[in-house]
Design a protein around this ligand. Structure first.
Ligand code: IPE
Ligand code: IPE
Ligand code: MG
Length: 254
């Protein structure tokens, strides 16, 4: 865990002040610009991005976080040149191959969010292996959003729910938020408390658009390959100073 909150962050401003997040989601952005700035090919930026991911997963475990979700390939990223798409697929493969044993031993449960449609056979196999191998783990949830788009996820969930209704497994009167969430890729994982985007861009780019309804958004200027533990801690400190109201009133305002 991080150190106790400083006196400035405690006081009578309510229990949210010293609350530690259950779930952090990250849009890992800026690999290309990191490489461009150094006159290097974009693929090198992505390679360094994987190193930052490794550091961040380790840091998240270190500080006692339970759920981390990272955005590594969007349904819109297919618009990039084939060579870049291939490089990104290759890096996912390399990451899983290299880190799976260690992550499995550390109690990490891996889940890949997103549609399997369009993914090549070797990636599908690897995804399956990673999920099966770590299925019983409970210490830390690592969700990798790969071939993921929030709208696609919601539509896929809606279709699955409609099918369940057609089969008589669910009635339309039972359709509420909790029932719908069972059809999302994130079922069983709490909504993110903090959503970080690196590289100074201020948008969600179709990431967790259902789940992030009340996430605290933290936009950081750092390019993803330079991201490290202190950025994660900084985001948590920013979060701790925020007051979450969920549509209610500020504490002490009533
Ligand atoms: C993030 O870095 C990685 C992916 C989107 C796959 P980018 O490749 O988007 O880097 P920039 O935004 O071009 O700098
Ligand atoms: C979002 O970044 C997707 C990932 C980080 C995987 P992009 O770089 O693809 O997003 P845009 O195009 O700037 O919105
Ligand atoms: Mg980008």
């Amino acid at each position: 865990m991080t150190s106790a909150p400083s006196p400035a962050q405690t006081g009578d401003s309510g229990p949210t002040m010293d609350k530690f997040p259950d779930h952090i989601a990250i849009i890992m952005d800026g690999n290309g610009r990191w490489a461009n700035g150094r006159g290097l090919p974009r693929a090198v930026g992505h390679e360094r991005g994987v190193e930052a991911l490794r550091r961040t997963v380790e840091a998240a475990q270190d500080i006692g976080l339970k759920n981390l979700t990272v955005y590594s390939f969007s349904t819109e990223n297919w618009r990039r040149p084939v060579s870049e798409v291939n490089a990104l697929f290759g890096l996912l493969k390399a990451y899983v191959k290299r880190d799976l044993n260690r992550l499995a031993q550390e109690g990490v449960k891996i889940r890949i969010l997103g549609t399997r449609e369009g993914l090549p056979e070797d990636i599908l196999e690897l995804v399956k292996r990673a999920e099966e191998r770590t299925a019983e783990n409970q210490k830390f949830n690592l969700c990798i959003a790969f071939n993921y788009g929030g709208r696609e996820e919601i539509l896929r969930a809606a279709k699955a729910m409609a099918r369940a209704a057609e089969n008589g497994d669910i009635s339309s009167s039972a359709v509420d938020e909790a029932a719908f969430e069972q059809f999302l890729d994130t079922r069983g994982i709490p909504d993110p408390d903090i959503l970080i985007r690196t590289s100074g861009e201020y948008r969600l780019s179709n990431f967790l658009i259902w789940q992030a309804a009340y996430a605290e958004l933290v936009f950081m200027d750092v390019l993803w390959p330079d991201f490290g533990k202190h950025h994660l801690l900084e985001a948590i400190e920013i979060y701790r100073k925020r007051e979450r109201r969920f549509g209610g009133l500020a504490s002490g305002a009533a």
